[in-house]
Design a protein around this ligand. Structure first.
Ligand code: URA
Length: 307
């Protein structure tokens, strides 16, 4: 859907408001200037520096992911197009304090690996007893949007509204996310949405590294099964966990990375979490740049929105 098509006046006004808040308050010429090209020429691919530790090491340590500047040349873009590689997954994860007797992240990994479609993964999560968050949550929040979509967004964890409805990003931050997507001509029928954790941490507290480690095999398997061509990692928890890095979201956002999913390499764009943008509206300007970079990447890779 193009912005403006099939949208009501109120929706168009909300879109315009978001764009103005994000700093897009000037219309300049009819032909778009690609400001990323110059930057791309002077910023070749760089390997992500090695770290000695990350909280996500439990499941993904050993995998190499590379950083890519927002405006790559065609060759660089080709290199980050989803492709098959032969590198195996890293070693099994470390134990976590949140596991029951006999349950380890390795068992979470085994359970997840045994799921060969999204329905069985959802069912496995609904039966899984290895994460204490489940005891206080009302629902297992699995996903929303189109499971065949080629753009997949991964947030942190359900909040209150998501826990009540059993769907990700349906509260205030979800409404902002919808406006961000609409600003680049996307809606939930064209993207797939999930979270690192399928259960709400009580009081929306930050999830512990143990909780993340336990749930990570499931979202990793989720990505394998959904087979997106582009990932958008919303917020620091999502970006750090999936990119296996200790770098903060302020440094990570807007820089394309490679996420290795089974035998595929998927371009992944970290961006600020919409909940953070609600608290810090001034950061919407940067997020607007990220959304534009996402649109450019979709268009330049000729990514089909629905597989
Ligand atoms: N925040 C998230 O990270 N995910 C949701 O589903 C809702 C809020």
């Amino acid at each position: 859907m193009n912005p403006g098509e099939n949208q009501s006046e109120a929706e168009l006004l909300a879109l315009l408001r978001w764009q103005i808040e994000a700093g897009a308050d000037e219309a300049i010429g009819e032909a778009a200037a690609d400001h990323f090209v110059a930057a791309a020429i002077s910023s070749p691919l760089q390997a992500t520096p090695k770290r000695s530790f990350s909280f996500a090491q439990a499941s993904v340590k050993g995998r190499v992911r590379e950083g890519i500047s927002p405006g790559d040349t065609d060759n660089q873009i080709a290199q980050i197009a989803p492709q098959n590689v032969t590198t195996p997954l890293g070693p099994p994860p470390h134990p976590s304090p949140f596991l029951g007797d006999g349950e380890t992240p390795a068992s979470a990994r085994e359970i997840a690996a045994a799921c060969h479609d999204l329905a069985s993964l959802r069912q496995a999560l609904e039966r899984f007893q290895g994460c204490g968050l489940k005891a206080t949550a009302k629902h297992t929040v699995f996903a929303d949007g189109n499971p065949k979509a080629k753009v997949m967004l991964v947030g942190e964890a359900p909040g209150r509204e998501e826990d009540i409805q059993g769907l990700p990003f349906v509260g205030r931050s979800g409404q902002l996310l919808d406006r961000m997507l609409a600003a680049i001509g996307l809606d939930r029928t064209q993207v797939y949405i999930s979270n690192i954790l399928p259960w709400r941490p009580p009081g929306n507290r930050t999830p512990t590294s143990g909780e993340i480690a336990v749930c990570l095999p499931f979202i990793e398997r989720h990505i394998v099964l959904a087979q997106p061509d582009i990932l958008v990692l919303l917020g620091g928890i999502s970006a750090k966990a999936l990119l296996d890095t200790n770098e903060g979201i302020v440094r990570l956002r807007g820089r394309w990375k490679i996420y290795r999913s089974g035998e595929r390499q998927i371009p992944a764009l970290p961006s600020f979490h919409p909940a953070y943008l609600l608290r810090q509206p001034a950061q919407k300007r940067q997020t607007w740049q990220d959304m534009l970079a996402l649109r450019v990447r979709i268009d330049s890779l000729n990514v089909k929105l629905i597989g």
